[in-house]
Design a protein around this ligand. Sequence first.
Ligand code: NDP
Ligand code: GUE
Ligand code: MG
Length: 348
Amino acid sequence: MASLMFTVSTSPLLHPSIRNNAFMPRRCIGHIRLHTTPSIRGCTLSIRSSSSPDAGFTCIDGKKEGKSISDEIKIEVSRMDASIHVVPGLAVILVGDSQDSASYVSNKKKACGSAGIKSVDVCLPEHSSEEDVLKHILSFNNDPSIHGILVQLPLPSHLNEANILNVIKKEKDVDGFHPFNMGLLAMRGREPDFVPCTPKGCIELLHRYNVEIEGKRAVVIGRSNIVGMPVAHLLQNEDATVTTIHSKTKNPEEIAREADILIAAAGQPNMVRGSWIKPGAVVIDVGINHIEDLNAPRGRRVVGDVCYEEACKVASAITPVPGGVGPMTIAMLLSNTLTSAKRIHEFE
Ligand SMILES: NC(=O)C1=CN([C@@H]2O[C@H](COP(=O)(O)OP(=O)(O)OC[C@H]3O[C@@H](n4cnc5c(N)ncnc54)[C@H](OP(=O)(O)O)[C@@H]3O)[C@@H](O)[C@H]2O)C=CC1
Ligand SMILES: Nc1nc(=O)c2c([nH]1)NC[C@@H]1CN(c3ccc(C(=O)N[C@@H](CCC(=O)O)C(=O)O)cc3)C=[N+]21
Ligand SMILES: [Mg+2]
């Protein structure tokens, strides 16, 4: 049976709630104006029977949006190079030999390469001391060819994450993890120099798919410094009513089911079942979990925190894993690096 569907936005422009938003500048990535595709329908203004097939269901294509952002960044990078002979530079510091971390770092490196951003990697052994790591940060802080510094997290447990993140020059903190930037993110009426990439990528996807956020119930599963906490702040800044679920939350399923916008960032494979999702909700799956699959090329494959097959029967839209938030994280990192270089060199 055809489900009673959404109010499709007739305007090819931004959603009214975005157009009239006092925080209009948030709609820019660096100096690149963002455009939205007039696709989703005010989320959950619909009644959707969970037995209905996928009619009207949208798979949110983070790979495509990430690519289009990188293409725009590439143009800006060449314009900057041509006029002031500066190429944005990103330094990535990786401690230890986790295979997953190495693969993220190589994704970032590739993405920098195709956008024309210079990238420098430092790979330090697992047993490195805090001084070893700090030494490299200090040198990048003072290196005029470097505009962004990223220390891949998590660090080996003998290293103190706070001591290390504290030392990154805040003007080069493209991850937005320095306590100065984290603090500003949490303050009304203030803006950090940099917003963390994954949370920013989640919000950017909602904007690009014209999902109305103002006044909606948003539920975030997870409260980490790198995803859950900052994404909850961003949603609140966009005038959503936000609830956070964590490992001590009672009845998470019931709370999740109230969400018009559900963001899953718990790091638990397939934790969010179809029954956790309000019919018509928009679901953003941040999880990157490697599970064993003997049929997969290397004996394992990547799944999100959401059971996709069940979710797409209930939700109005969802990000796939891979191909959802991951590529947006990388696009936001490129964007933050470009913004940093433009600021440092006062290039408009
Ligand atoms: N796509 C991307 O670009 C990125 C993806 N990720 C992925 O996102 C996921 C989350 O990452 P990260 O935030 O770093 O993870 P963390 O392990 O740092 O945090 C997980 C959070 O989820 C909560 N949580 C864990 N299990 C449950 C549960 N069963 N019920 C309710 N809450 C739970 C924890 O609660 P408590 O605080 O109580 O411990 C914690 O707040 C991972 O899969 C990670 O790989 C991460 C970064 C970028
Ligand atoms: N300081 C710091 N900053 C980070 O931003 C940071 C970090 N530490 N530590 C680890 C997490 C994880 N993360 C991802 C980035 C891209 C993909 C990504 O590109 N994913 C692709 C490919 C996934 C795959 O197939 O493995 C996708 O989802 O389509 C995934 C995960 C950034 N993180
Ligand atoms: Mg973490």
